[in-house]
Design a protein around this ligand. Structure first.
Ligand code: PLP
Length: 431
């Protein structure tokens, strides 16, 4: 199995977080998301401990809440002593509703509106991660009106091109995010920020992309960021207190993916950061990281009910499920690989090659192509593994399909994190 929270029990059913998935489907209905709370906590602790060991006491991870966002998640992050990164006023609102202290939050995004900036300052947002010069002016002006000094990090485009899907590649010089180092714009921006009376520059941020398996791109990014910090010290006499290296570490979705030792990666980056700081003659900054996917992805699983199969002799086969792109748009968006298991017949021979199709009126509504499962019959339970990240948070109501619930599986209790949407919910905003 691709993760240690999965197994097969004596009656041949897939188990997840110690539960029989067929029983879970019976209890909560399908489609439904299930979240292994202990796995999330374990990942938070791995990041926290490794970062503290590698970068010193003040360094810590921020959970990238766009990967899985609802109130209970912020409570868990608070309990685990994680910071959070948020990218919209809606995420901010959710964090506030959950009682998450926003001094520990970082506000991202390449286009924060004036309303976003005001809303965040109303709630005493700890840091803005400032993306561009217009935004810098807007933050300075609003902070001035309020008589406060707003802490910011400046988002840089380090000019790194890791091998990942283009749509989740975010650190290249031609990215929509951040100010470029190699174009000289980052250096100019620092000069401007340092003149601002209502802004305190705490340091720099980068985020090079997502689902990155190699470890070198993170090392390259760290070195580029530190070199930039050393140049700014020389040019302006300004020494960055914080460097935020973003998120992006990969997750094992299929057997062919490597298993990543996150602690080992962090320790490696830590050694490199220490060595580079010494060579450059700068103080080691507080290092922040922003894992999203690697905290929650393998803590999630989605269960569906199979409606039927379509066999097209000489062409291909389909198995249709009672969910699809509205609850998991990632195959449609990125052709993301997933492991698929027929949960109630997990030990039977997987000799039916098929495409898993969703129920939307859209040929592209597929969850996965070319997978092997036992030939399903109507009523079988299909599990899609590793759906904790960017599934619920990317869900839509396309075809007016209600969003599935999120069921939390903790050590000694199960509870509803997000209830299933009703038809009444669907027309709530219709006038
Ligand atoms: C999406 C994002 C992350 C998290 O990326 P993962 O690949 O989920 O770890 C972190 N920081 C920023 C700025 C992001 O946009």
């Amino acid at each position: 199995m691709i993760c240690n929270n999965l197994g097969i029990n004596a009656v041949g059913h897939l188990t997840f977080a110690g539960r029989d998935t067929v029983e879970l489907a019976k209890t909560y209905g399908t489609p439904a998301y299930f979240v292994d709370e202990e796995k999330i906590r374990e990942k938070c602790r791995i990041y926290k401990a490794a970062m503290k060991e590698s970068f010193g006491g003040a360094s810590h991870p921020l959970f990238a809440s766009k990967s899985l966002c609802f109130k209970r998640l912020y409570e868990i992050m608070k309990e685990e002593g994680m910071g959070v990164d948020i990218v919209s006023s809606g995420e901010l609102y959710t964090a506030v509703a959950a009682g998450f202290p926003l001094e520990e939050a970082y506000f991202h995004g390449n286009n924060k509106t004036d309303e976003d900036i005001r809303f965040a300052m109303d709630h005493h947002m700890g840091h803005f991660v400032c993306d561009n010069m217009e935004e810098l002016e807007a933050i300075d002006a609003e902070a001035g009106k309020r008589g406060i000094v707003q802490k910011i990090l400046l988002r840089l485009a380090p000019g790194i091109d890791p091998h990942t899907q283009q749509k989740i590649n975010t650190g290249r010089v031609d990215s929509k995010f951040g100010v470029g180092i190699e174009t000289g714009q980052a250096e100019a921006a620092v000069g401007v920020v340092l003149q601002k009376k209502n802004i305190a520059l705490c340091g720099y941020h980068c985020h090079i992309g997502s689902q990155i398996f190699e470890y070198e791109p993170f090392c390259d990014a760290a070195v580029i960021m530190l070199k930039f910090a050393a140049q700014m010290k020389e040019k302006y006499g300004y020494e960055a207190a914080e460097i935020n290296l973003g998120g992006g570490m990969g997750v094992r979705y299929i057997e062919g993916h490597p298993e990543i030792d996150y602690a080992e990666n962090i320790r490696g980056i830590g050694a490199l950061v220490a060595k580079t700081c010494a060579e450059l003659g700068i103080r080691m900054p507080t290092i922040l990281m922003e894992p999203g996917r690697s905290i929650v992805a393998d803590a999630g699983l989605t269960l569906y009910t199979v409606g039927g199969t379509k066999v097209i002799p000489g062409f291909k086969n389909y198995a249709s499920i009672d969910g699809g792109m509205p609850d998991n748009p990632r195959y449609t968006l990125y052709e993301s690989p997933y492991t698929v298991i027929l949960a109630n017949r997990a030990t039977e021979e997987a000799d039916f090659n098929c495409t898993i199709a969703g129920r939307c009126c859209e040929s592209g509504d597929l969850i996965q192509e070319n997978v092997n499962i036992p030939k399903p019959v109507r009523g079988d339970i299909l599990a899609v593994l590793t759906t904790g990240a960017y599934n619920y948070s990317m869900a839509s109501n396309y075809n007016r399909i209600p969003r599935p619930p999120v069921i939390m599986l903790a050590k000694d209790r199960e509870y509803v994190g997000v209830r299933r949407e009703s038809f009444a919910d669907l027309i709530l905003n219709d006038m």
